[in-house]
Every structure is written in C-alpha cells, then in structure tokens.
Design a protein around this ligand. Structure first.
Ligand SMILES: Nc1nc2c(c(=O)[nH]1)N[C@H]1C(S)=C(S)[C@@H](COP(=O)(O)O)O[C@H]1N2
Ligand SMILES: [Mo]
Length: 337
C-alpha cells in the first residue's frame, strides 16, 4: 500500500499566528496530558497521561502522530463556544440506531469498531484498504473545531480530530475519469436495530449512502474524523471513522464509513432518494433557500443541556465557510440545493 506516513514535526512559533489559537492549543494539549513545551509535539509525553487522554495514542507513539497547526483558525471564530461534549454525544442523528435523538447513545454502545475495514476503490490507480489501526496511524491527525449545522435547523460547535480526505484520495491516486466520490456506511443489521426494522430505521433503505463532487472531496475543509473532544469517536457519533463537510447540512457527514468509491457519475444519496424535493445532492447550508417545510434563515445553536444553553442565531451562507463559494461560482444554488 502506497501511503506516505507524515513524519512528526515540531511546532514553531511561526506555525501559530493567533494568540487565541495558541492558547486554545495549549489547553487541548494539556487536556491530553502533555506538559512542558518540549514534550508537546515530540510524542514523548508520559505514557500514563497519554493512555488516559488519547485512547489510541498508546498504539501510535511508534508511528507518526502529531496535531499539525490548527487549520481551524482560518475558518472558525474561536469566540464561538464549543458545544458541551455531553450534549454532542447524546443528541444525535444516526437512524441506523433509531430516529430519536437519544436512540444512538442508548443503542450503539455495543457496536464493534475493531476490526474495521475501509476500502477506497473505483476509479483509482491504487485501491487502498485501511484496517482499524491504519485509521489512526497512516495520516497526521489534526484537531479542527467546526460548526455542524443540521438541516433540521439546530447547530453545534464540535472539536473533531481527523485528517483531510484529500490525503487519503491522493494515496489512492484518482484517475482523471473520477468526477465524484461515493461513501457508504456499514451494513450490519445484527448490530443496528434500524437496519433490522424499517420502522425503527426511519424508512431508509440501508446502507446509508452519500456523495461529493471530486472538487468538494478534495477541498481542505473536508475531513475524515476519527475522534472528537480529544478521544476516539463514540459509536453514536460515527465510530471509527466518518466524514465531516462543515459547509453542508449534517446529513452529508456520513458516519461509520466502510467504502469510499471514486465514480464518473453523481452517486445516489440517502436523503435525496427518500425525499428529492426536500434534500438535494449539494445540501450546502444556505439561509436563502428554505426547506419546503421550514425556514433555514435561523438556527438553534445548542451549547449545553437546558433551554438557557441554547440560542437562536442567524444561519450564514456555507455555514460561515465562505472559501468554498468558488466551487459553486457558476451554479444556481436554489436549483442545485
Ligand atoms: N450513517 C449515517 N450517517 C449520518 C446520519 C445517519 O442517520 N446515518 N445522520 C446525519 C445527520 S442528519 C446529522 S445532523 C449528522 C449528526 O452527527 P452527530 O450525531 O455526530 O452530531 O450525522 C449524519 N450522518
Ligand atoms: Mo441532520
């Protein structure tokens, strides 16, 4: 398998431009059990501290592991408060485990993530197969704090850990005929009650499938996430690996991935199949294009539990990630919703 493993590198002052980012980073590293600047990115911090904080770090300290400079600084206003971890891990959409917001946290706990196989295939020169350990060791992991805006008009701010999808795609070497990328969630009815029972699973034909245009997939914002809040993903959030496209409605961010396939045609996507008038292929966050049954102008930002930990705010185009606008420069986004 031809995957270049990034060498750990040391963070220098030049890597960090913004004082707040630096402070935030120090807090993150502190919470991961790193102390003193010398230990910070050398991968040599005390074993015990690591084991508690990063459950996978144990396995990875012999291989490449580093949080590269927080790229979130470009795209996230760090004055925005993160959503409480306890809420982001108990208020979920993962219909394979039931349609209630609390169903995934309740019914996904015994979900088996190791061993795992993720295949990258289709129109590529180098098909790649990743096992569970590869998900955490083949690519340099970064923390990225992103807004998550659900099409249902609620939103959160979540610190993900992962690597850009383009790194994996580049390892697989897409052919020039590859124009789209198709994603598939695991099909495991023994483990997923919503896949066993059509009523429990919200009427979806499983496996859950999603897709991106190749330029969207190659965009640096597009993340494969293997962790959140400094830990591996809980099963309800899409363990062991999921997609994150922060400028699109949450349903594009497909969970528990087993297949990534390069294609020459636009792949079918689950919510578009279910209700094409309501959910398009693009699903870019857009306050000027309402859902047929509700407005998308505003959203309920969920910060914690209880009503006073929520606030109503304006929804912004592309969820605030304006750098993607150029991908759609010549498109009518009310038609391609
Ligand atoms: N396989 C799968 N992926 C999925 C979903 C799902 O039901 N099944 N729900 C989507 C929706 S609608 C949202 S808003 C996000 C929610 O992610 P979170 O639970 O980590 O906040 O996951 C997305 N990915
Ligand atoms: Mo969603």
């Amino acid at each position: 398998m031809k995957i270049n493993i990034k060498k750990p590198h040391h963070l220098t002052d030049n890597d960090v431009t913004d004082e707040d980012v630096w402070m935030d980073r120090r807090n993150i590293l502190k919470s991961l059990g790193y102390v003193g600047a010398g230990a910070i990115l050398s991968g040599l911090a005390s074993k015990n501290a690591q084991a508690d904080a990063f459950s996978w770090f144990k396995r990875e300290q012999q291989t490449a592991f580093t949080l590269s400079p927080l790229q979130a600084q470009k795209t996230v206003n760090l004055n925005e408060q993160n959503t409480a971890e306890s809420v982001a891990t108990t208020y979920n959409n993962f219909y394979e485990f039931g349609t209630g917001k609390e169903d995934p946290a309740e019914h996904a706990q015994n979900f088996q993530v190791d061993p795992w196989t993720l295949k990258i295939e289709g129109l590529v020169e180098n098909p790649v197969t990743l096992g569970y350990d590869d998900l955490f060791s083949k690519f340099a992991l970064e923390e990225r704090i992103y807004r998550l805006r659900c099409v249902e008009a609620w939103s959160m701010v979540i610190p993900w850990i992962g690597f850009p999808l383009h790194q994996l795609l580049q390892a697989a070497k897409p052919l020039s005929s590859a124009k789209y990328v198709a994603f598939e969630t695991i099909y495991s009815p023994e483990q997923m009650r919503g896949q066993r029972n059509r009523f429990v699973g919200g009427g979806i034909d499983y496996p859950y499938v999603e897709g991106l245009r190749i330029d969207e997939a190659m965009h640096d914002l597009t993340l494969l996430s293997v962790g959140m809040y400094g830990k591996t993903l809980p099963p309800q959030n899409g363990a062991p690996i999921r997609l994150i496209t922060p400028w699109k409605y949450g349903f594009k961010s497909i969970k528990s991935l087993v297949s990534i396939k390069l294609m020459d045609k636009e792949p079918p996507t689950t919510w578009n199949i279910l209700a094409p008038q309501e959910y398009g292929f693009y699903a870019n966050v857009n306050p000027t294009v309402d859902h047929p049954r509700w407005s998308q102008k505003r959203e309920r930002r969920i910060l914690g539990s209880g009503l006073n930990a929520q606030k109503r705010i304006d929804t912004i185009p592309f969820n605030g990630y304006e750098e993607v606008a150029e991908l759609y420069a010549d498109m009518d986004l009310s038609r391609y919703y």
